[in-house]
Design a protein around this ligand. Structure first.
Ligand code: SPV
Ligand code: MN
Length: 638
């Protein structure tokens, strides 16, 4: 046995090269993985980045605790918060969010991606990023982590590994992903895996990356590798959020399944039943707060894989933790999250304000201190940054990182290798003017096109519509779609057609405003009623009204739900205001969506235009009978 092992070691030049650089226990943990591509990745990363040592994490509780300890000992995180288990971390002032400008696909010669996607010639990009990573880990430890995307031992599993010199990144992996060392021990030589090579680069005395102008995040789909240099913000440095999602989308579309920017939740219905719904929303449009509605269960808050298993659309959470936006989390609007992040739990706060051993963030439900420490160092109200702008107390994108299993409302099916069967999928953007708060597509095609492919987010509200700035964000995943957009939609439509049990498709809009006053027409918690209505629709328990843009809830059903869920009397007048079909605004929306798919995408399927045209015709026809603004009470029951 020992001889065989020795033999294998000898045959593996990568391991041989690593031997002098590693301590025996780490070397043993790496040798135990029977996959030469793993050894090669570690050997090449070490050769390039020149770390002082290499730590292989085999996921034992001691090692996981050591990583957290080192995150604090290195100064990347600080434990100076009163609440046990809480730590905080700062990213540099220029690294406070996903960086679209420097995140690029490496495209080999002869291959072409949609011009809308940021890209660079593969050879040129590799040269650039490898040069930045050269010697980047000098004097530091390279931490090697193994994890899986999706539950272990399942059809959905994608094995992943990361080499990083950041203990904060390695600690985030503990909270956000499922442990994968065991999976790698069984990894057959032909099984592919995703990998990330990351370095924070040069850091200052506050452990903040200083060479922000040399920040690069390059994605090599030829080898399924993400390279990230001079980054710290977890969305840029932990390679398994949107970076691996880009790789997963390519894989999914090759293999006939879907990788999506979805939350998933279990909604409790009558008679003790539970119905699973998924939802796609662009950042900061209500995705996490929908998934965290009190009384329901959360299965995923950011990324899901969907497969057709025996004709049923089944979904898994790719991750096992939440990297959530903290702004606006307060006891009134997000009671569950607020409770979790203000009690003793293992939580990393990033880019919040720290004062009196407590984290602070905007709209947390109390007044913020006038001074403290934040991502800019010592902060006081009125402090101005290098760009001449006032520095806010906390970043708009300040976050909390927590394992899903810490949450009392974590869904018990989180690790089910078969995932959960989805009853419905919702798409929602920030639409101040056009779409009603909730509606149901007439069928898969209509819903996917009218709500998903037409998903828009308006960045500013202006009374004069032309001043609004709209951004189409197809399925809220557009930034990450690494295949031609038209092909993506074709595959999506095809996926639904092959299902025996097709999920219902809903369009939601939490941001509808009164056209005259600009005031929101709904309260933040009203989404709970919409979600309960969807649950009833999945089981055909309530009827709906047939409007030109989709099936609308009936007033009497919503009135019952408002009473049951929020203990509120729902006035018919409010219903009419919220569910009035606004023909001019809807027509303009269709125009914008059509323009996008005509001008920005070269391979749009005809059926997409047909679905938009049909919707336009329905709107025009309804206008002939009822005028520009049509009360929902005018529409017939389906
Ligand atoms: C998002 O921005 O959609 C996120 C956070 O979920 S990130 O990790 O930056 O992608
Ligand atoms: Mn996201």
């Amino acid at each position: 046995m020992r001889e065989a092992l020795d033999q294998r070691r000898k045959m593996n030049e990568y391991l041989e090269g690593l031997r002098p650089k590693m301590r025996e226990p780490d070397y043993g943990k790496l040798c135990a993985i029977p996959n030469q591509k793993v050894h090669q990745f570690v050997a090449e990363a070490a050769e390039l980045c020149n770390p002082k040592d290499i730590f292989i994490c085999s996921d034992t509780p001691d090692e996981v605790a050591y990583i957290k300890h080192m995150a604090i000992a290195s100064g990347e995180e600080r434990a100076a918060l009163a609440m046990p288990g809480h730590t905080f971390h700062f990213d540099g002032p220029y690294d406070q969010g996903r960086d679209r400008e420097v995140t690029k696909f490496l495209v080999p010669k002869g291959d072409s991606l949609s011009p809308a996607l940021k890209q660079i010639d593969r050879e040129e990009g590799l040269r650039e990023v490898l040069d930045l990573l050269k010697g980047a880990m000098k004097g530091r430890t390279m931490i090697v982590r193994f994890l899986t995307l999706g539950p272990v031992n399942s059809l959905f599993t994608i094995p992943c590994m990361e080499c990083t010199d950041s203990w904060y990144v390695a600690h985030s992996v503990s909270l956000l992903y499922r442990k994968g060392y065991e999976t790698f021990l069984q990894l057959a030589p032909e099984v592919g895996f995703f990998k990330t090579l990351h370095s924070s680069g040069k850091v200052n005395e506050r452990m903040i990356s200083v060479e922000h102008d040399k920040r690069r995040i390059y994605i090599d789909y030829v080898t399924d590798t993400v390279y990230s240099a001079n980054t710290q913000y977890a969305g840029n440095s932990v390679g398994f959020k949107k970076l691996a999602l880009r790789l997963a989308i390519r894989k999914a579309h090759r293999e006939g399944w879907l990788a999506e920017h979805f939350m998933m939740m279990g909604v409790n219905g009558p008679g003790g039943r539970k119905t699973y719904l998924a939802g796609a929303f662009p950042s900061a449009c209500g995705k996490t707060s929908t998934a965290m509605l009190p009384g329901e269960t959360i299965l995923a808050d950011d990324i899901a894989y969907l497969r057709n298993i025996d004709g049923v659309c089944r979904g898994v959470n790719v991750e096992a933790g939440v990297f959530g936006i903290i702004q606006n989390v307060n006891p009134k609007d997000d009671p569950l999250i607020y409770q979790v992040i203000t009690t003793p739990n293992e939580i990393i706060f990033s880019n919040v304000l720290v004062k009196d051993a407590k984290p602070w963030w905007p709209s947390m439900g109390c007044e913020l201190p006038k001074e403290g420490v934040n991502f800019s160092g010592n902060w006081h109200k009125g402090k101005v940054g290098q760009n001449g702008k006032e520095i806010p107390p906390a970043s708009e994108n300040a976050r909390y990182t927590v394992a899903l299993k810490t949450l009392p409302n974590c869904d018990p099916e989180l690790d089910n290798p078969l995932g959960v069967g989805l009853g419905g999928i919702m798409y929602g953007g920030r639409d101040y003017r056009a779409y009603v708060p909730v509606q149901e597509g007439f069928n898969w095609e209509h819903g996917v096109i009218a709500y998903g492919a037409a998903l828009e987010t308006e960045t500013t509200f202006a009374i004069v519509e032309e001043q609004g700035v709209y951004e189409i964000n197809v399925m809220s995943v557009q930034d990450f779609i690494s295949i031609p957009l038209g092909q993506y939609i074709k595959n999506y439509l095809e996926f639904g057609r092959k299902l025996r049990k097709v999920p219902l498709v809903f369009g939601v809009n939490y941001f509808l405003c009164d056209l005259k006053t600009g005031k929101f027409l709904n309260n933040r918690l009203d989404k709970h009623v919409w979600v309960k209505w969807m649950e009833l629709r999945v089981h055909n328990d309530v009827g709906a009204l047939r409007s030109p843009t989709g099936l609308l809830p009936k007033y009497e059903d919503l009135a019952i739900l408002f009473k049951q869920v929020l203990n509120k009397n729902y006035a018919e007048e409010d219903y009419v205001g919220q569910f009035t079909i606004r023909v001019p605004e809807n027509l303009r929306k269709i125009e914008r969506v059509r323009k996008f798919w005509k001008e920005k995408v070269s391979d749009t399927p005809e059926e997409l235009f047909k679905a938009l045209d049909d919707q336009m015709e329905r709107l025009l026809k309804a206008r002939e009978s009822f005028g520009n603004y049509i009360s929902p009470l005018c529409f017939p029951e389906e």
